[in-house]
Design a protein around this ligand. Structure first.
Ligand code: SAM
Length: 225
C-alpha cells in the first residue's frame, strides 16, 4: 500500500512512522508513506498556502490552488482509491472503515490547518471525509497518523501473528476480553484459574463470555447493532 500525505508540517510525522509496527511494515516494503510539503506547490513569492476568508471573519483558509496542484501531480503518476480529507465534521473513523481502507492500494490524505480548506477542494477533489472524533485538533496531521497506524497494522504480513488483529476490539462487534501475563500471582492478585487450566475449549468459552460482558458494559450499543 502507498499513502501520500499532503501537509504543511511533514516533519511532524517523523516519530509516528519510525517505530514499532509501522516502521516494520515500511521496512518490509508492505507500506510506503510519502510526505508532500504543500508549500512546494505554492506559486506566490512567499510560498503562501492560506488566505483571508471571503466574507470576513477570524482565521485563515487553506487556498485551493496548491492543494489542487499537489493532488493533480500525484494523480498523474497513479490511480488512487480515495482522496481523504481529515476534518472534524467527516464520518467518524471506526474499525469497519479501517478494515476497508487496509485493502486499498493507493491513498491520499490531506491534512487541514487554520479554519480548514477552501470548500471547492472538498467538493471537487476529496472523495472521503474522515474525523477521528467529535473534537477539534489544530491540524489534520495527528488524525492522519492515527488512521495510517490503524490501517497499516491490518495489511497482510505486517503483524507477526495475523490472527491477532482478528480478535481485536471492534472486530465482530465485540470488545476484547481481558489479558494477563506472568506472574500468575502478582502481589496477591491472581490470574483467573481457567487461563492456567490448559483446557483450550474452556479458555475459548471464558474469553467469549468476557468479551460479551465487556461489550455489554462498555459499548452496549454495539450489541444492539
Ligand atoms: N474550523 C474547522 C471546523 O470547525 O470544522 C476546524 C479546523 S481545525 C482547527 C484545522 C484542521 O485540523 C482541519 O481542517 C482538519 O484537517 C484537522 N482536524 C481537526 N479536528 C479534527 C478531527 N477531529 N478529525 C480529523 N481532522 C481534524
Amino acid at each position: 500500500m502507498r499513502i501520500d500525505i499532503i501537509t504543511i508540517f511533514p516533519e511532524m510525522f517523523a516519530g509516528w512512522f519510525d517505530h514499532s509496527i509501522v516502521k516494520r511494515a515500511r521496512k518490509k516494503g508492505l507500506a510506503e508513506i510519502h510526505l508532500h510539503n504543500l508549500r512546494d506547490f505554492a506559486t506566490s513569492k512567499h510560498r503562501n498556502v492560506d488566505d483571508y476568508p471571503f466574507g470576513g471573519g477570524s482565521g485563515m483558509v487553506m487556498m485551493a490552488q496548491p492543494i489542487a496542484d499537489c493532488i493533480d501531480h500525484l494523480k498523474k503518476e497513479r490511480n488512487y482509491d480515495e482522496v481523504i480529507f481529515l476534518t472534524p465534521d467527516g464520518e467518524i473513523f471506526n474499525q469497519p472503515m479501517t478494515n476497508k481502507l487496509s485493502l486499498a492500494e493507493n491513498l491520499i490524505m490531506l491534512c487541514g490547518h487554520y479554519k480548514g480548506v477552501d470548500e471547492r477542494i472538498r467538493e471537487h477533489y476529496v472523495t472521503m471525509e474522515v474525523s477521528i472524533g467529535n473534537y477539534v485538533l489544530s491540524g489534520g496531521e495527528l488524525a492522519a497518523a492515527v488512521i495510517c497506524n490503524s490501517i497499516i497494522r491490518l495489511i497482510p504480513g505486517v503483524l507477526s501473528d495475523e490472527t491477532s488483529a482478528l480478535d481485536d476490539s471492534f472486530q465482530d462487534n465485540l470488545i476484547s476480553p481481558p489479558v494477563y501475563t506472568r506472574p500468575a500471582n502478582f502481589n496477591g492478585l491472581k490470574v483467573p484459574d481457567v487461563l492456567l487450566s490448559g483446557n483450550e475449549a474452556l479458555i475459548r468459552q471464558w474469553r467469549s463470555v468476557q468479551a460479551l460482558l465487556r461489550t455489554r458494559k462498555r459499548r452496549p450499543g454495539m450489541l444492539e447493532d
